[in-house]
Design a protein around this ligand. Structure first.
Ligand code: GLY
Length: 346
């Protein structure tokens, strides 16, 4: 059985990984420029708590299921590829700067609690004990121990070493492929190949660099009503993200976007101003009308779509990959993907 995977990003390559793990040998990944999509820009937050939204129960279930799979996924990827992917479990701090920001964090804490997610309110002092470089005027926040992080660029580097064939080309129509099973994992570009309503949602993001990390935890902050997240890496890199903009496939970096990120980042963590601005870039999240992915066979065909993971592609990679690989190899999956059918949009 030959498998063609269209799209060499985190979703496509994670599916390739789970197929390789199940002994499938004839896998071709079609991508003119593998690993250059949303995963290259992503910060790598694995946030089943802080990325939860009201009315997205099925998505929330899949996020939790995928989070449960992350530790073993990370271990297996590292064992097979020999590449460290920097999966870290210190957890995430929610941080509010002003009284209004604190009111918003309190509302979020209530919502996360009702959703059954682990969340622990913290005072400003508690926060500064955990992260001494936070601004002295930070008011309070919370600890989300279940929200972890991984380095998506390392993950891509690891997955690129898999024993699969990489064919460097664009696939404009699926009928040009001769594989027995075709998996479409082209993120925001899935619309053109399948007609499904996946649209690009622009996110601008900064990579700052210093001699050593300013934080241990991931920080999701609200400062003067502006949201920002700060993701520290062990080598001193600090990822600051991200805008969310409906601008089609535009990937320009704007002064306004950079300002919207740097202002709250420096308000919450003044040491940010001393760091080197190493990279400013924009990626395209693959959004769908209900913010949830499409993981489904197209009709009775041998085409399976795994796209539209929007803000949670890295988090959802293990569950998506296992569901698709089981569907291909065992013809059924134990993961409940019934809410993620393509038919819900037709
Ligand atoms: N998950 C964070 C983002 O999409 O910006």
């Amino acid at each position: 059985m030959s498998i063609g995977i269209v799209g060499g990003g985190i979703i496509g390559l994670s599916i390739a990984f789970e197929l390789v793990e199940r002994g499938v040998e004839a896998i071709t990944v079609y991508d003119r420029d593998p690993s250059q999509g949303a995963g290259l820009v992503a910060a790598g937050m694995l946030a089943p708590t802080a990325e939860a939204n009201f009315g997205e129960d099925a998505l929330q279930e899949l996020m939790s299921e995928s989070m449960r799979r992350w530790p073993s996924f990370a271990e297996r990827v590292e064992a097979r590829t020999g590449v460290s992917i920097a999966y870290r479990t210190e957890g995430t701090l929610l941080v509010a700067l002003t009284a209004d920001d604190q009111a918003e964090v309190d509302r979020l804490i209530g919502f996360y609690r009702r959703a059954g997610s682990p969340i622990e309110p913290l005072s400003g002092r508690d926060l500064r004990e955990r992260e001494p470089l936070l601004a002295p005027r930070v008011r309070g926040g919370a600890f989300a121990p279940g929200d972890h992080q991984v380095d998506p660029r390392r993950l891509l580097r690891a997955l690129r070493t898999l024993p699969v064939r990489f064919e460097a080309r664009d696939v404009n129509t699926l009928s040009t492929l001769r594989d027995d099973v075709i998996i479409v994992a082209t993120g925001a570009a899935a619309a053109a190949l399948t007609g499904l309503p996946v649209r690009p949602v622009k996110g601008q993001l900064l990579r700052l660099r210093g001699p050593e990390p300013l934080l241990r935890h991931v920080v999701r902050g609200i400062a003067g009503g502006r949201d920002v997240y700060l993701v520290p890496r062990a080598d001193g890199e600090l990822v600051v993200g991200a805008t969310e903009e409906e601008r089609g496939a535009d990937t320009t970096v704007t002064a306004g976007g950079v300002l919207d990120l740097l202002r709250p980042a420096a308000d919450l963590l003044p040491g940010v101003a001393e760091l080197v601005l190493a990279e400013a870039l924009a990626g395209l999240r693959p959004g769908t009308p209900d913010n949830a992915p499409i993981i489904d066979r197209l009709g009775n065909s041998e085409v399976i779509v795994a796209a539209g993971h929007h803000r949670n592609g890295v988090l959802l990679a293990p569950a998506t990959a296992a569901a698709v690989a089981e569907t291909v190899v065992d013809k059924a999956t134990s993961i409940d993907i019934s809410a993620f059918g393509a038919g819900r949009f037709t």
